[in-house]
Design a protein around this ligand. Structure first.
Ligand code: GTP
Ligand code: MG
Length: 194
C-alpha cells in the first residue's frame, strides 16, 4: 500500500460525534498496551501520527484517521487494564458495542493479540462480539520480535487454540522489525475491495 496522505480526523465517544460514513473504515482493537497505536503508525509509516505509550490505557476515545482520502482507520481504546478509573472501564463495553453495531462503513476489525500472552476473557469476548455483528476480522499476533523464531509457532498454536481459530488465520507482526506489514495491508485491501 502506498501511503500518500494520513491525517488525524477526530476523536469521538458517541455516534453523533463520529465522522461521516462517506469512506470505508478499518478498526484496530486489542487489550491495552498490546501495540494498536504502534501498529497503525508502522502501517502508515508515520512514526508520531498516533500517540503510543508505555503506560497502558492511554487511548480512551475512538480516534479516527483518514488515509489517501480513500479510507479511514480507527484506533479503538484498549481493554483489560486494571488501573484505568472504574467509570472508564464501565463505559468501555457500551462504547465499543455501539460502535460495532452502528458503524455501517466498518469493513473489518484488526484484532491484535500479544504473542507472549494467552488470550484473555476480554479478547475472547471481543471475538464473540465480532462474530455476533458479523464483522470480518483480521487476527494479528504482534510483538513477534519478543519471541525467538523457533518458539513463535508454539505461541501461535496456543493462541489459535484459545480463540478456536486455525493457526493460518493469524498474521505475525512486529512494529519493531516491521515484519507482517505487507501481509496486513494485503488483508486490509481485500476487506476494503472485496
Ligand atoms: P493503549 O492505547 O494504551 O491501549 O496501548 P496500545 O495498544 O495503543 O499500545 P502502544 O502502541 O501504545 O504500545 C504499547 C507499548 O508496547 C509501547 O511501549 C510500544 O513501544 C510497545 N510495542 C508496541 N508494538 C511493539 C512491537 O511490535 N514490539 C515491541 N518490542 N514493542 C512494541
Ligand atoms: Mg493506543
Amino acid at each position: 500500500m502506498h501511503i500518500k496522505s494520513a491525517e488525524f480526523l477526530k476523536s469521538a465517544v458517541h455516534p453523533e460525534h463520529y465522522p461521516e460514513e462517506s469512506l470505508p473504515e478499518i478498526a484496530f482493537a486489542g487489550r491495552s498496551n498490546v501495540g494498536k497505536s504502534s501498529m497503525i503508525n508502522c502501517l502508515l509509516g508515520r512514526r508520531g501520527l498516533v500517540r503510543t505509550s508505555s503506560t497502558p490505557g492511554r487511548t480512551q476515545l475512538l480516534n479516527f484517521f483518514t488515509v489517501n482520502d480513500a479510507f479511514q482507520l480507527v484506533d479503538l481504546p484498549g481493554y483489560g487494564f486494571a488501573k484505568v478509573p472504574l467509570a472508564v472501564k464501565r463505559s468501555w463495553g457500551p462504547m465499543i458495542r455501539t460502535y460495532l453495531e452502528k458503524r455501517r462503513s466498518l469493513r473489518c476489525v484488526v484484532l491484535i493479540l500479544d504473542i507472549r500472552r494467552v488470550p484473555s476473557e476480554e479478547d475472547l469476548q471481543f471475538l464473540d462480539w465480532l462474530e455476533e455483528y458479523e464483522i470480518p476480522t483480521i487476527p494479528v499476533v504482534t510483538k513477534a520480535d519478543k519471541v525467538t523464531r523457533g518458539r513463535r509457532r508454539d505461541h501461535l498454536k496456543k493462541i489459535a487454540e484459545a480463540c478456536a481459530l486455525p493457526v493460518e488465520a493469524f498474521t505475525l507482526f512486529s512494529a519493531t522489525s516491521r515484519e507482517g506489514r505487507e501481509e496486513i495491508w494485503g488483508r486490509v485491501a481485500e476487506a476494503l475491495n472485496p
